[in-house]
Each structure stands twice: as structure tokens, then as C-alpha cells.
Design a protein around this ligand. Structure first.
Ligand SMILES: Cc1cc2nc3c(=O)[nH]c(=O)nc-3n(C[C@H](O)[C@H](O)[C@H](O)COP(=O)(O)O)c2cc1C
Length: 212
């Protein structure tokens, strides 16, 4: 039996690599994952990851039987109902558009409806938002979504683990997402004083990267 049942929503904000990496880790954690992507989300998957077709095997690096893909336009689909019991939904990346729709109860597609249902059923909803800078419109929407029970999680990775690659930065955020829905993982060491001191020591003796 799968360890957890998780819904992943992909919307049209920059940051599709976070979603692809999350799907990879969920499959490896033996989760039953349900994916719904908005049309702009699919466009960003193509632009940023070269993924032009949603295929379970491609999106899970060969563990496609653990991933079900749902149609964004099917407002009567399974994810639209509270009787679809699950352990959490992560919208990543979450656009300002979808953030605002969810915050104010608008459900124009199955992704937004699934998020609303997650809130009404008092299940975990993570909105991994990406936009900068923020307008008051988005700040107020974040407030409303938080008051309704969502966890608003800006996609802003920390640098204190001294990431060496973009993949390290992506995994930093994905690890936090998995923590929020209670899926165990071994992505990277968590904050540790000893580890940080060792890394800082290594960095001090290594040549400094330049911005140019
Ligand atoms: C290349 C590209 C990048 C975008 N990046 C962002 C972004 O980082 N954050 C955001 O809120 N919207 C971004 N947008 C705008 C959203 O895609 C747009 O608001 C859209 O209506 C979102 O629809 P959805 O929420 O249904 O996916 C981007 C659009 C394009 C075409």
C-alpha cells in the first residue's frame, strides 16, 4: 500500500523544476501522487524543463504507476470532491493568480477546486508561491489564504547549507515541502551547527566564486 496520497498542482509561475523534483521524491517515498497542471503550468514545464507532454514515467523517472494525471478542465473530476481523501496538497510553483483564486474561493479549474476542497476538509494545503516583488494584492491574498488554513511557502531557498548546484537549491525547497505533508525523505542534511562550521571552514579556504 502507498505510504501517503498527495495532490500536486502545477501553475504558471516560474519554478517548474521544483515540481518535477517533488514528483520524483514523492514517487521514491512510495506515495500515490495525483497531479493537476494549469495550462500556463504546462507551458512553464515546457519552457523551463523541456517537458512538452505530461507523461507519468517521465515525470517520476520511471515510477509512473505511482502518478495519476488529472485534467485541469474537468471540474467534475475526482479531486473536485471532498470524498477524495488525501494527506495533503502542494501547489508548486503557485502563481499569484492561483493564490488569489484560492484565497477568495474562486474555482475555475480542477486545480483551484481541489485546493478549495482541501481547505474545507481541513487538510494540509501548501501554496509554494513565486513572484517578486510582492504587491499588496498578493500580500493580502497570502493573509486570507493563511487565515483559511493554507501554508503559504515562498520559493526562497536558504544558502546556509552552501549549495553547490541549482539542484541543491531546488532540493532545499522540496525537502521543506515534503516535511509539511509528513513525507519522510533523506534529501540533504538539515541545519546543524557542526556541519555549518565545517562548511564555512572549507569555503574560507576555497577560491571565492565571482559574480561576473
Ligand atoms: C514565462 C512566464 C512566466 C511567469 N512567471 C510568473 C511567476 O513567476 N509568478 C506569477 O505569479 N505569475 C507568473 N506568470 C503569469 C501567470 O502565468 C499568469 O498569471 C497565469 O494567469 C497563471 O495562471 P494559472 O494560475 O492558472 O497557472 C508567468 C507567465 C509566463 C508566460
Amino acid at each position: 500500500m502507498a505510504s501517503k496520497r498527495i495532490i500536486v498542482g502545477i501553475t504558471g509561475a516560474s519554478g517548474a523544476p521544483y515540481a518535477v523534483r517533488l514528483l520524483h521524491h514523492l514517487a521514491r517515498a512510495d506515495c500515490e501522487t495525483h497531479l493537476v497542471a494549469s495550462s500556463l503550468g504546462r507551458r512553464l514545464l515546457a519552457d523551463e524543463c523541456g517537458i512538452k507532454r505530461l507523461d507519468p514515467d517521465t515525470l517520476t523517472d520511471g515510477l509512473g504507476s505511482r502518478l495519476t494525471i488529472h485534467n485541469e478542465n474537468d471540474l467534475g473530476g475526482p479531486l473536485a470532491s471532498g470524498s477524495f481523501v488525501h494527506d495533503g496538497m502542494i501547489v508548486v510553483p503557485c502563481s499569484g493568480n492561483t493564490l488569489s483564486k484560492v484565497a477568495y474561493g474562486l474555482t475555475d479549474n480542477q486545480l483551484q477546486r481541489a485546493a478549495m476542497v482541501t481547505l474545507k476538509e481541513r487538510r494540509r494545503l501548501v501554496l509554494a508561491h513565486r513572484e517578486t516583488p510582492l504587491s499588496l494584492v498578493e500580500i493580502e491574498a497570502m493573509r486570507a489564504a493563511t487565515l483559511a488554513g493554507a501554508v503559504v511557502m515562498p520559493l526562497s531557498p536558504g544558502f546556509y547549507l552552501n549549495p553547490a548546484t541549482i539542484g541543491d537549491l531546488v532540493d532545499f525547497m522540496v525537502a521543506r515541502m515534503l516535511d509539511l505533508v509528513g513525507v519522510p525523505h533523506r534529501i540533504q542534511p538539515r541545519w546543524d551547527e557542526q556541519l555549518a562550521a565545517e562548511r564555512a571552514e572549507r569555503l574560507a579556504s576555497a577560491p571565492r566564486p565571482t559574480a561576473s
